[in-house]
Every structure is written in C-alpha cells, then in structure tokens.
Design a protein around this ligand. Structure first.
Ligand code: HEC
Ligand code: HEC
Length: 161
C-alpha cells in the first residue's frame, strides 16, 4: 500500500517536472515594446545594442529603465533615447549615406551615440565649455595664444561621476 502510494507520488512529480521542462520557452521572451528598433531583433541583439548605449553614455541600464521592467516606458530618459536614436539614424541616412543592414538597423558608417556622448549622458555645449579638460582658451574666444595641441577636437577624458 505504502509502496503503491510512493510510486504514484513519484510518477506524478516526474510528470510535473517534465511538464515544466516542456513548457519552458526555447529562448528569452521577445521584446514587447519596441518603437524605434526593428521588432524582429533577438534578445541577444537587443542586449548588444543596449550595452553599446550604456557605454556610450557612461550609465547603467536603470538610467533609462525602471529596474526589472525593461518594457515599461516610465522614464523620460528612455523616451529621450528613442528621439536620439531617430536623430542619429536620420543624420546617417541624410549625410553619411547610411544604409540599413540585414537587421533593419542603420549600418554604422556615420555617427553613433558615442560620437557625441563619449561616455557622458550630458554632452551639452555648456557642460563642455565649463569642463576644465577643454584646455586653456577652449570656449573663450580671444583668450590669447594659439590653441593648445588638439584644441577643441581633443576628446574629453572618461567621466568621473
Ligand atoms: C540610454 C537609454 C537606455 C539604456 C542605458 C538602456 N536601455 Fe534598454 N531600451 C532603451 C530604449 C529606448 C528601448 C526601447 C527601444 C524601442 O522603442 O525600439 C529599450 C529597450 C530594451 C529592451 C526591450 C524591452 C521590451 O520588451 O520592449 C530590453 C530587454 C532592454 N532595453 C534591456 C536593457 C539592458 C539590459 C540595459 C543595460 C545593459 C539597457 N537596456 C540600457 C533605452 C536604454
Ligand atoms: C549629434 C550628437 C548626439 C548624438 C549622435 C546622440 N546624442 Fe544623446 N544627447 C545629445 C545632447 C547634446 C544631449 C543633451 C540634450 C539636453 O539635455 O539639452 C543628449 C542627451 C541624451 C539623453 C538625455 C540625458 C538625460 O540626462 O536626460 C539620452 C538618454 C541620450 N542623449 C541618449 C542617446 C542615445 C541612446 C544615442 C544613440 C542612439 C544618442 N543619445 C546620440 C547629443 C547626441
């Protein structure tokens, strides 16, 4: 009697295990809320793009995403990133003859986020002008003397914050 019960219990629990394995998705969930990226991107492809953006801006995922909910549109930074993506694609197609690659992404012949951002979420001119790393005279016309080597073209050092 006990053996029979045990047998049934084991039988049932293995059914549950098999059931769970069979219903597991073969790959991570598809993105639910893509408005600017091609909708056919795989999870890995999205992840690669996101890492690039994260590095370009010198931020973490939660700069744009509500923690644990990448599909939510709760942060204004995420919306801004969409606008930035559209702007970047437009500049590339208009001025760099950027073509779409097989994924429907703009191939990176022209500019990318990092071209402007260079590791900072805030590449605004006023921040560049007040940053000490701009070099003497940078942003102050008539400050005297020839521009320092590299001048305004010198990339700022990595962000400290
Ligand atoms: C600069 C802002 C920004 C950063 C930083 C960022 N993301 Fe995103 N992420 C976005 C935007 C914008 C979208 C939506 C793209 C669209 O609308 O096509 C998105 C979409 C996603 C999606 C798809 C969600 C869905 O279901 O629709 C995933 C997954 C994701 N991001 C993961 C990450 C991870 C992981 C990181 C950190 C490595 C990260 N993101 C960093 C802006 C960002
Ligand atoms: C042509 C230069 C340029 C390119 C290319 C560019 N950005 Fe920006 N981005 C800026 C400037 C300038 C600002 C600051 C605007 C402001 O706050 O007035 C900014 C601001 C942002 C912000 C808002 C930061 C905050 O704190 O609110 C996000 C997010 C962002 N960019 C994401 C991106 C992403 C992602 C890409 C690539 C898809 C990108 N940017 C490409 C120039 C650029």
């Amino acid at each position: 009697m006990i053996n029979k019960k045990l047998f049934i219990t084991m039988g049932l629990s293995s059914l549950i295990v098999f059931g769970a394995l069979a219903s597991m998705p073969p790959e991570p969930e598809k993105a639910k809320n893509l408005k600017v990226l091609p909708k056919n991107l795989t999870h890995d492809q999205i992840e690669t793009i996101m890492r690039k953006w994260t590095r370009a801006l010198g931020v973490r995922c939660n700069f744009c995403h509500e923690r644990g909910n990448n599909a939510a549109d709760t942060k204004k930074e995420k919306e801004m990133a969409r606008e930035m993506f559209k702007m970047t694609a437009k500049i590339n197609s208009k001025y760099f003859e950027g073509k779409k690659d097989s994924l429907g992404m703009m191939s990176e012949s022209g500019i990318a986020c990092i071209t402007c951002h260079r590791g900072s979420a805030h590449p605004e001119l006023k921040e560049l002008l007040s940053a000490p790393q701009g070099g003497p005279g940078f942003g102050r016309p008539g400050a005297g003397g020839p521009p320092p080597q590299g001048g305004a073209g010198t990339p700022p050092p990595p962000p400290t914050k």
